[in-house]
Design a protein around this ligand. Structure first.
Ligand code: NAI
Ligand code: MG
Length: 350
């Protein structure tokens, strides 16, 4: 049970310290080893994803990552930018399944951009395919054709790529509300007709899960009209990129959103959805809950420790109910705390 810990840049080290304290408090016997990624790695070694980090990440069962990037490195050539470290590790570990929950905690109902009655009790999971689709398709480029510039990309999926992400989504739905909505654009795009066909073929293997299909434009609309109709959604890389950002904002609080990216053997990389927040870095005010909730996802998906995952999620719910708030989720009438105090509160609740 090896965990590779990559704090990264900006608020990364601050929020990671709290997540590590939570992991230690659980006393599950994890072996943790820390390494460099992102801007800090560039400063120390000249590359955002050093060989030593790669070795550690490959040998670990799970990777816990803070965030990378910041203005200090913005002028570097593309190859050396901190974000390259993220792309490199995702690619190297073959992380094809991106899981992004969007949960609205009742105490934070006012943070949503939607009316409280539309989002109260919202709890959805978006499963996005992460290594295929139009983002990686060949041919691609911009060329001179017929006397003008011509831009082109290629959308593609093999049936085995669709099947493996489909299985992740069906399994996730099985552990939750047992409803899966597959999102495509089969009325226009052949690739997504294949997507719908393969999802439909998988369904008999999961008789306890109710499968439905939705066109992506309608899904975008339904997410803001009546988001609670969804339990688990599964879709390709491009549609998932857009829909998962849309869904996450329904909860209104970037400091609360965890994510998981998994390979075929449930090895995973777990990280908050937010970035390195250079504007508040070093001040001890960042919200560590997205990273702590990423730990819960790690316990659930990589280590199969559902009970421990529920304990961590329960502790987070408890501190919110107790009124502890970092600046990003502060409201009058609650108690404003810093990163370390929020970690203390979670430990106490655990
Ligand atoms: P960001 O997510 O870092 O920050 C956006 C806003 O949300 C800022 O006002 C920030 O203070 C706030 N915020 C973010 N996380 C917070 C937390 N835990 N607690 C309280 N407030 C929080 O996005 P931004 O500003 O666009 O990017 C900053 C840097 O992070 C850039 O270098 C960007 O490339 C990088 N980035 C890295 C990501 C990653 O490591 N996965 C993802 C997104 C951005
Ligand atoms: Mg995006």
């Amino acid at each position: 049970m090896k965990i590779c810990v990559l704090p990264g840049d900006g608020i990364g080290p601050e929020i990671m310290a709290e997540a590590v304290r939570v992991l230690e408090a659980l006393e599950l016997g994890f072996e943790m080893e820390e390494a460099l990624i992102g801007g800090g790695a560039v400063d120390a070694t000249g590359t955002p994803y050093p060989e030593a980090t790669s070795r550690l990440a490959k040998a670990a069962d799970a990777v816990l990552l803070g965030a990378v990037g910041g203005p200090k490195w913005d002028t570097l050539p593309r190859e050396q930018r901190p974000e390259r470290g993220l792309l490199a590790i995702r690619k190297e570990l073959g992380l094809f399944a991106n899981l992004r929950p969007a949960i609205l905690y009742p105490e934070l109902a006012n943070a949503s951009s939607l009316k409280p009655e539309v989002v109260a009790g919202l709890d959805i999971l978006i499963v996005r395919e992460l290594t295929g689709d139009i983002y990686f398709g060949q041919p691609r480029g911009v060329e001179e054709r017929g006397g003008e510039r011509y831009g082109f990309n290629t959308m593609h999926y093999t049936e085995s790529e669709i099947r493996r992400i489909g299985r992740v989504a069906f399994e996730a739905a099985r552990k939750r509300g047992k409803r899966l909505c597959s999102v495509d654009k089969m009325n226009v795009l052949e690739t997504t007709q294949l997507w719908r066909d393969v999802m439909t073929e998988l369904a008999p293997e999961y008789p306890d899960v109710e499968l439905s299909h939705m066109l992506v434009d309608n899904a975008a609309m339904q997410l803001v009209r009546a988001p609670k109709q969804f339990d688990v959604m599964v879709t390709g890389n491009m549609f998932g990129d857009i829909l998962s950002d849309e869904a996450s904002m329904l909860t209104g609080s970037i400091g609360m959103l965890p994510s998981a990216s998994l390979d075929e053997n449930n090895k995973g990389l777990y990280e908050p959805s937010h970035g390195s927040a250079p504007d508040i870095a070093g001040k001890g005010v960042a919200n560590p809950l997205a990273t702590i909730l990423s730990v819960a996802m790690m316990l659930r998906y990589t280590f199969g420790r559902e009970e421990a995952a529920l304990r961590v999620e329960g502790a987070v719910k408890k501190v919110l109910a107790q009124g502890y708030r970092t600046g990003d989720i502060f409201e009058p009438g609650t108690s404003r705390v810093g990163t370390r105090q929020m970690g203390d509160a979670v430990l106490a609740a655990l």
